[in-house]
Write a protein that binds this ligand. Structure first.
Ligand code: UDP
Length: 324
């Protein structure tokens, strides 16, 4: 299949491209490189440098490459930033997605895998979270993705497009080629890995949450398992919107992540406790029963030390991340 991956030079996108190529598909990376990395581009993929707001550029990329399916990943992702600047997130994530969808309609592309997020669920009433649980984002980032799902609910059936929306829990881990490197970095695991290398202290945002150790709980899913979910979803040809959670079903607190990094790296980490970070969800753990049952998806890396171990190896091999 010829697949265009928006955001294919980003963390998750670059791993999806790797896995698409490994499975014998053709990949076209569409990325503005605002947050993506030139060094994350795969030599086996074509590259189009463009913004998702540029519909004509998207149309050309879809037409010129006879694209059969789109994986739409390109988005701003930081919940904290979205609280400070919601309009930016609605512009880029919501309006940008609409440009991608309209370019697909214009060129007759009928398959879409959309990167959605567990941030949609806000603070859930119970764990693990299922797809039909209440959607109530605690930050504009989650809202910006929720709006895209709502548009797709109408647009997909009306245009005969098969859309799979994957609600990611917390992507983590690395392949040999690609790992997590954001600028500025705000994500827990890469920050703790950096601290293990530099000897600087680790910050914990919030120690008074109603969780077993007072810190937030997340479901960390290996980026390769996440990529596999996309490959399976691309096979789907059911017109309309289908939604799946993608998480491994285990919740780990911030403190447990720090302990895992200490085990994997053999380093002692100093901790500084801070107040809560605005917009943070208390605890998110996925039920992925639906994608397991319907697409036969199975996570291969459920243990936190395996996930963090892969991220640690990448970080040691790339102490400054991708070259800037
Ligand atoms: N976090 C933290 N210290 C950091 C970075 C993150 O305590 O230096 C916490 C953050 O407040 C949240 C959890 O780690 O409770 C996961 O945050 P991350 O940004 O990695 O993912 P999110 O779930 O917010 O997308």
């Amino acid at each position: 299949m010829r697949v265009l991956v928006t955001g294919g030079a980003g963390y998750i996108g670059s791993v999806i491209v790797e896995e698409l190529l490994n499975a014998g598909h053709q990949a076209i990376v569409y990325d503005s490189l605002v947050h993506g990395h030139l060094d994350a581009l795969h030599e086996g993929a074509r590259f189009v440098r463009g913004a998702i707001q540029d519909r004509q550029m998207l149309v050309n990329a879809l037409r010129d490459n006879s694209v059969e399916a789109v994986v739409h990943m390109a988005a701003f992702i930081e919940a904290g930033e979205s609280v400070r600047d919601p309009a930016l997130f609605f512009q880029n994530n919501t309006m940008g997605a609409l440009q991608v969808i309209q370019a697909m309609i214009e060129t007759g592309v009928k398959r879409l895998v959309f990167s959605s997020t567990a941030a949609l669920y806000g603070d859930p009433e119970h764990l693990p979270i299922a797809e039909d649980d209440i959607v109530a984002p605690t930050n504009p980032y989650g809202e910006s993705k929720r709006l895209v799902e709502q548009m797709l609910r109408w647009i997909a059936p009306a245009n005969g497009i098969a859309v799979t929306s994957l609600r990611y829990f917390n992507a983590a881990g690395a392949t040999e080629r690609n790992g997590e490197d954001h600028d500025p970095e705000t994500h827990l695991i890469p920050l703790v890995l950096r601290a293990a290398i530099s000897g600087n202290p680790v910050s914990i945002f919030g120690t008074d949450y109603p969780t077993p150790d007072g810190t937030c709980v997340r479901d960390y899913i290996h980026v390769l398992d996440l990529a596999q979910a996309h490959l399976l979803a691309l096979q789907s040809a059911v017109p309309g919107l289908t939604i799946y959670n993608v998480g491994n079903g285990n919740g780990y607190s911030v403190r447990e992540v720090i302990q895992s990094v200490a085990r994997v790296s053999g380093k002692t980490l100093q901790i500084i406790e801070h107040p809560r970070r605005p917009g943070d969800q208390i605890a998110t753990v996925a039920s992925s029963a639906k994608i397991r049952a319907e697409l036969g998806w199975q996570p291969r890396y459920a243990a936190i030390d395996d996930i963090i171990g892969s991220a640690w190896r990448w970080r040691v091999g790339h102490p400054h991340g991708y070259a800037r």
